[in-house]
Design a protein around this ligand. Sequence first.
Ligand code: NAP
Length: 285
Amino acid sequence: MYKLIDGKEISAAVKERVKNEVAILNSKGISVGLAVIIVGEDPASKIYVANKKKACEQLGIRSMEYALDADTTEEELLELINTLNEEKSVNGILCQLPLPKHLDEKIIINAISPEKDVDAFHPHNVGRIMIGDYDFVPCTPAGIMEMLKYEGIEVEGKTCVVIGRSNIVGKPMGMLLLHKNGTVTICHSRTKNLLEICREADILVAAVGKAEFVTADMVKEGAVVIDVGMNRIDGRLCGDVDFENVKEKASAITPVPGGVGPMTIAMLMQNTLTAAKRQNGVCDE
Ligand code: NAP
């Protein structure tokens, strides 16, 4: 019998923790603020930004939204980021990706102060993750580690396989599992023997972006299966894992929807809180 890892329940617990800590900071006269920049009219981005704003409101975090026209120039965007970098009441800055094609994402990400980079995309923070000395971790892998911790799933000594090597999910995911003493393999589209490698996994993380890519024959009996995928089949949201068949072999598995997805915003709130604490010299308990 498999355990369903409930992202709604775990994200609610994280948010409750953040909300309590924000209230404590507020009582000391410290406010917590997140600036969210969105450029253009991408409908999915608009939904993500609205959800982030809602989460801030629920947790007592001040959210400031900067909705810019699609034809905003790089100079204009950089000017806004510089202003927000200097603004004391802004603890976290995120620029919703993807940006319109005429804007260079690398230049924009690099302009955000590393201390306010709550998405953890700045090379400074990426480097800190590499050496295991970090304040911020990209929200999705951070959320997955939180799920494993919440469920009491030990990583140390486990064979961990991550499918996908993106900068925002696959690579940092691999590093976090490594820091917890897992033995990690990161797979990608050029990997040979993917089936055999996945079959060895005690913990299998799928971040491929292909609906139901991970089938039951790729999964070891008793494995923990984490599904990062958010794909649509005929309008229906589904993950990278063939949930119905894989669940019969897994010891624990995340559903889609209701798994990793809700964790991402919760961890953004956590990163924003961390930023506010660091900027105000508040130590962790
Ligand atoms: P991405 O940048 O497109 O990366 C996909 C990765 O999968 C790449 O490394 C690619 O390999 C690999 N891949 C593609 N086909 C493969 C194959 N046949 N065999 C093995 N590996 C293969 O995607 P991403 O941003 O990491 O996102 C992955 C999925 O997670 C998407 O569905 C996305 O929507 C979802 N997502 C969800 C959340 C959430 O909050 N739940 C957050 C972020 C992303 P190459 O590098 O060789 O091309």
